[in-house]
Design a protein around this ligand. Structure first.
Ligand SMILES: *Cc1c(COP(=O)(O)O)cnc(C)c1O
Length: 483
């Protein structure tokens, strides 16, 4: 008896044959190595040209298959032409790193193996690698093992903090929703804090107005007196403070809130204390700078982004907490369809421990980078970036700029020492520098209303020659702007 042949597994285009695969891998290897080697020779930022992008994509109607040998190099080199090169040592930007070599390797392995991390038993080693990294990074902030979860990024980690704080104060809110709460929940973050908390409040059904923006002092740090006053006024108005957030390294100016003082107020109010250290948290790795974040050990939870100062490819955020019950309390589910093997080990199933369900293996690139560099390697890198930041402050002051932010962290906000410039004046200088292709920086308006240029050391390869390029480019743009 002969059977009709069934559907064939061959799916041209999805799985290439071995020879074509090997060619593709070699192409990728060459592409990656070439990019890493010559990124510092590229213009830091692209020319922005929407019609050109649309024209480039228009031929891709997906009507007929394309040859991978041409397709991949074409798109890869077009991407190089059309992006800000955050890996360029003259990128003084928004915390985006030059990716570590092991981080790139981790991404490749994760993509090839495609482990599903939702349920522990599907990828037990991958899951345990993430637990291991969570405990290791938790050690930067607390004695004893921390709990936590990898998140897509800092915004999800902050969202996790809001949900955990809600569940901690009102376990009933998980089932009944925030509308059933007897009083209006309110949370507090500095006026310089990250807007992901506003988004989180929206997503949680609390609404924008549940977020109180605590005024800052002249040095842009949260004013604890104002925090106390706001809380008192909210209580008098029938609101219930459930979460206080301090920022350790604000996004705009790198300011560190007075963590100990804020912790004390949160504690006295019975509120969850979260520290948003998305970028600045890595300062804890460098022994000389550990004390800059003193008080962070009082936090109930911390946000840290490995794709910022730990220099892994985007993205890898973490929500860390010393409360070992809260994530399961907030996110636990039991389903009939999720795998049940491995229960005898009482594993952490990520789907019941975090916001995400299906999840990619974000932890591998962090694990490999940490394992290859070691704490000492990271301490050297972080310290180097502190030193380059200090050098930038020095050079700018010598070149007639005034530094307007006070932080030990390597983000520098500056304005002409001898002129009162508007935001537009500063933006004109940024536009000229960015257009020159020599460097990338941005503008900022600080919490005291001061517009400024903003340059952050985000790249472990940035050194004094790149500082010279930046100071020179800013000086040239400033002279041209005046003329
Ligand atoms: C970057 C940042 C965030 C947001 O993190 P993403 O990784 O961009 O989602 C939140 N808070 C602070 C202080 C940040 O610097």
């Amino acid at each position: 008896m002969t059977r009709e042949p069934g559907p064939q597994a061959a799916t041209p285009g999805l799985l290439l044959d071995e020879a074509a695969r090997r060619r593709l891998w070699r192409t990728l290897e060459g592409f990656i190595e070439d990019y890493v080697r010559r990124v510092d020779t590229l213009p830091v930022a692209p020319r922005l040209d929407m019609p050109a992008l649309r024209a480039l994509l228009a031929p891709f109607t997906f009507e007929s298959p394309r040859a991978p040998d041409e397709l991949v190099p074409q798109i890869a080199s077009a991407l190089v032409e059309h992006q800000v090169h955050v890996a360029h040592p003259c990128y003084f930007g928004l915390f985006n790193p030059a990716p570590s070599t092991l981080g790139i390797a981790g991404e490749v392995i994760a993509a090839a193996l495609n482990p599903q991390l939702a349920a522990w038993s599907h990828s037990p080693l991958a899951a345990e690698i993430e637990r291991h990294v969570i405990r290791a990074l938790g050690g930067l902030f607390w004695d004893g093992d921390a709990d936590g979860t990898f998140t897509t990024a800092g915004a999800e980690a902050n969202m996790t903090a809001v949900l955990c704080a809600l569940a901690h104060r009102w376990p009933n809110a998980l089932a009944d929703g925030v509308r059933a709460l007897p009083q209006s929940p309110v949370c507090y973050v500095s006026a310089e804090g990250h807007h992901s908390f506003v988004k989180a409040a929206r997503n949680a059904g609390l609404g924008d107005r549940a977020v109180r923006h605590v005024p800052v002092r002249g040095d842009l740090t949260m004013d604890p007196q104002q925090l106390r006053a706001l809380i008192a006024a909210d209580r008098a108005a029938g609101c219930d403070p459930f979460l206080v957030v301090a920022t350790a390294g604000t996004t705009g100016t790198g300011t560190i809130d007075p963590l100990g003082a804020v912790a004390e107020i949160a504690r006295a109010e019975g509120a969850w204390f979260h520290v948003d250290a998305a970028w600045g948290g890595a300062a804890r790795i460098a022994p000389a700078w550990r004390a800059a974040l003193a008080g962070i050990e009082e936090a109930d939870s911390v946000t840290i982004d490995a794709h910022k100062w730990l220099s892994v490819p985007m993205t890898a955020g973490l929500f860390l907490t010393r409360n070992h019950d809260i994530l399961s309390k907030t996110f636990a589910f039991d389903t009939a369809y999720m795998p049940r093997e491995g229960r005898e080990f009482s594993p952490v199933d990520a789907y019941a421990h975090s916001i995400q369900w299906s999840r990619r293996f974000a932890g591998l690139k962090v694990f490999l980078s940490l394992a290859a560099a070691g704490w000492d390697g990271y301490a050297a890198t972080v310290s180097h970036m502190f030193e380059v930041g200090a050098l930038l402050r020095e050079r700018l002051a010598a070149a007639g700029w005034r530094i307007v932010n006070q932080t030990p962290l390597p983000v520098v906000c500056f304005t002409p020492a001898d002129a009162a410039w508007t935001l537009d004046d500063h933006q004109a200088v940024v536009n000229a520098v960015v257009r020159s292709g020599r460097a990338w920086l941005s503008t900022i308006v600080t919490g005291t209303g001061q517009p400024a240029l903003r340059a952050c050391i985000t790249n472990y390869r940035t050194s004094s020659e790149h500082i010279d390029t930046l100071v020179d480019a800013c000086g040239a743009a400033r002279r041209a702007h005046r003329a």
